[in-house]
Write a protein that binds this ligand. Sequence first.
Ligand SMILES: NC(=O)c1ccc[n+]([C@@H]2O[C@H](COP(=O)([O-])OP(=O)(O)OC[C@H]3O[C@@H](n4cnc5c(N)ncnc54)[C@H](O)[C@@H]3O)[C@@H](O)[C@H]2O)c1
Ligand SMILES: [Zn+2]
Ligand SMILES: [Zn+2]
Length: 368
Amino acid sequence: MKMRAAVLEEFGEPLKVQEVDLADPGPGEVLVRLVACGVCHTDLYTASGVDPSGYAPTVLGHEGAGIVEAIGEDVADLVVGDRVVTLFSPQCRECVHCLDPRTNLCLAIREQQNLGYLPDGTARLSRDGEPIRHFMGTSTFAEYTVMPQIALAKVNPEAQLDRACLFACGLSTGLGAAMHTAKVQPGATCVVFGAGMVGLGAVAGCRLQGAERIICVDLSDDRLELAKGQGATDVWKGGDDTVERILSETDGFGADYTFEATGNVNVMRQAVESARMGWGLATVAGVAGKGETLDVIPRFLITGRRVAGSSFGGVKGRDGVPALVDRYLAGDIDVDPFISHRISLGEVNKGFELMEAQDGIRSVIDFQ
Ligand SMILES: NC(=O)c1ccc[n+]([C@@H]2O[C@H](COP(=O)([O-])OP(=O)(O)OC[C@H]3O[C@@H](n4cnc5c(N)ncnc54)[C@H](O)[C@@H]3O)[C@@H](O)[C@H]2O)c1
Ligand SMILES: [Zn+2]
Ligand SMILES: [Zn+2]
């Protein structure tokens, strides 16, 4: 079929929205009509050419939500009409990682996905007979996408898809960091560094876990205001003295849980140093620049602090995303403040510009 998609032709150049071909879903694959898609930093990171594993041409986009339009052979878990959220982090329910509750890093299709292909090693996207590679296994800056069924989370049909798409990446990452990776305990003191989509999700996750004190640290007043709306009890402007300030407000001990959602390695270090001696857990969700390292003085670890990394918030996508969407539908998560701009597919580059200007949290592409 023919469809419109935003193609990354050359790194550092704007995406070009154009007609491309999309082949039918193969065995185990599903055709999804996109209804909404968030524009995320990872798309921009790849488009800019900074990502060492990036490739072009490709159709970017990974925060998609849509409706199942057709299914290939051997698709047992989805039917036409189901509402789905796309998963760059799939859940096959069979591999050694899927069977273990300690991780969400499914091993089933990693290799081919990283190369830009569907699990059988080929692409469904093409132009004039030449294949175009898929991005993050999702390629949702497009009217349609073909994806393996193990990378689609079936969500409650009541959920509006322009909200549900936010659970495809940043929001679930933040919520999950608090709920799945750190497993924040009721009554805890938490510090969240960064109040973008991920940090705000972590604030909401700490609140849902019953944290007593949630300090959110950012550089932007507007974003700190949003953090209050998600349940932050204290909002602070970040700086070199943040660790000292956390220690002085916790009897010199530090916070039970800290979360890093900035991608800045100096802030990661602050997150480790402000975690409580004895049992404090620093959860790192931010993605650092290529070659950057985290500098931790071993004494901080010997005295009982721990560090955890979190990819997609430790959320096993097919089980965890529908559960989080249900919490949203139950009124537990206020999603609307995250949607700052609504744009068309043709305006996708504007979405990048808004993000670079740190204007709002998310631009959402509306395909209607
Ligand atoms: N682990 C995962 O699976 C995963 C998924 C999505 C995003 N990420 C990463 O998480 C990070 C956050 O993503 P986002 O979409 O929320 O980004 P964002 O850019 O919208 O938010 C980052 C926030 O950090 C704040 N910040 C910057 N420097 C700071 C400092 N010194 N002190 C305090 N705050 C500071 C900024 O003001 C901004 O509000 C990024 O690194 C992103 O790549 C990771
Ligand atoms: Zn993303
Ligand atoms: Zn798996």
